[in-house]
Ligand binder design. Structure first.
Ligand SMILES: [Fe+2]
Ligand SMILES: [Fe+2]
Length: 184
């Protein structure tokens, strides 16, 4: 398994969900009732797939090795760039969740915060993914020794096997397809 290629593929699935989120927000903007179950499914995808599954692999298997082995430029790129952006994404999701509760409790104005946090997340992740695909991953691929790349691939394979056994990837992709059929 090529771990970095797998991460690039996961970006494609994440971008598909970003399009769903944008479309759902456009509906809210046009005055449609908020579907709380669908927003909960989007948040669950972001937390379980984009964050725990995908950022989890980046943080535990790839970025850690870049920080340890590739010098100050890589350290800066990862700790001041990628990891900060992962955290900002988590903040947007926490704020989105709060805003959804506020709207549910009758605060119409909080719809602004639903849209703002959702769309800010999509902008953040789009830029983040483009940076990883275009700069961070290629930098890792050309800087690591073949042995380190092989260790990353092996670790990714183990990570994926364990999660496949628990049905993680299948569950999230299935939810993505269901939401696409409603919103795209
Ligand atoms: Fe990332
Ligand atoms: Fe990523």
């Amino acid at each position: 398994m090529n771990g970095i290629e797998l991460m690039v593929d996961e970006h494609k699935a994440i971008k598909r969900m970003l399009a769903v989120v944008r479309s759902a927000c456009f509906g809210v903007m046009q005055g449609q009732e908020i579907n709380y179950d669908d927003f909960a499914t989007m948040i669950d995808f972001v937390r379980g797939y984009a964050d725990a599954h995908h950022h989890g692999k980046e943080e535990q298997l790839l970025f850690n090795r870049m920080v340890e082995e590739l010098g100050p430029a890589a350290q800066k790129l990862v700790t001041h760039g990628m990891l900060v952006e992962h955290d900002l994404g988590r903040l947007h999701m926490a704020e989105l969740e709060k805003a959804l509760i506020a709207v549910k409790e009758g605060n119409e104005e909080a719809k602004l915060d639903v849209i703002a946090n959702s769309i800010s997340y999509t902008h953040l992740l789009t830029r983040h993914i483009d940076k990883e695909d275009g700069v961070v991953y290629p930098f890792a691929e050309r800087s690591f020794t073949p042995e380190v790349l092989e260790a990353i691939n092996k670790d990714c394979e183990t990570f994926e096997k364990e999660r496949t056994a628990n049905g993680v990837q299948a569950k999230y992709i299935e939810n993505l397809v269901i939401l696409e059929s409603k919103y795209m």
